[in-house]
Design a protein around this ligand. Structure first.
Ligand SMILES: [Zn+2]
Length: 203
């Protein structure tokens, strides 16, 4: 009996201690932690996004592309959708592009902004990803940048002549192509010309 009483007493003691300390510990410890975490986490995502975004922009604007047209000049020659993708690094909806699913036997894809030849028809392959895919580009036509937006590290590809955003390049995905690289390009960023010589003279 004495032992049971002792246990009961201990239980009460423990329960009392627990109920007495829990509200304190809840109000003292978890709140400052969660508040700090919230304060840190909340601005972290947009802040990091804008930080990396501005870094990428700065890097791009510092690059001296031969075609140095101003934003106003680009707006004058591009459609709103072309401007959004080429100049503001937008992305077209998957499976929506004009050149997704087009596999010509010859011809060249030029930059929709400045007409520089970027890819040959022979570079194009069926990836099933929803955007035109190329395993290689015309030498020097495409410039790569590290793109750290959206919490990912990707390789952005732009037109070497005007800096227009094309898409991203992915490596080592296992496609049976000579490079195992996939240039995932927005159709909006491209113009297809069957006559390669005509494309060259336009550039
Ligand atoms: Zn271009």
């Amino acid at each position: 009996m004495r032992f049971q009483y002792l246990i009961r007493g201990l239980r009460i003691f423990t329960t009392t201690r627990t109920t007495a300390t829990l509200p304190q510990s809840f109000s003292r410890i978890p709140f400052p932690i969660s508040r700090t975490t919230a304060l840190k986490a909340a601005p972290a995502i947009p802040f990091l996004g804008s930080l990396f975004g501005s870094t990428a922009k700065a890097e791009n604007s510092n690059m001296s592309y031969p075609d140095q047209r101003s934003e106003e000049e680009w707006r004058a020659v591009l459609s709103p959708e072309q401007f959004r993708i080429l100049r503001e690094k937008g992305t077209e909806r998957p499976y929506s592009g004009e050149y997704d699913g087009q596999y010509p036997s010859q011809g060249v894809y030029t930059c929709a902004g400045c007409n520089a030849p970027l890819y040959k028809a022979s570079h194009k392959f069926k990836s099933g990803c929803g955007w035109p895919a190329y395993f290689d580009s015309i030498p020097g036509a495409v410039t790569r940048h590290t793109d750290s937006s959206f919490g990912m590290e990707r390789t952005e590809i732009v037109c070497s002549n005007c800096g227009g955003h094309l898409g991203h390049v992915f490596k080592g995905e296992g496609y049976p192509t000579p490079t195992d690289e996939r240039h995932c390009v927005n159709s909006v960023s491209l113009k297809f010309t069957e006559d390669e010589d005509k494309a060259k003279s336009k550039a």
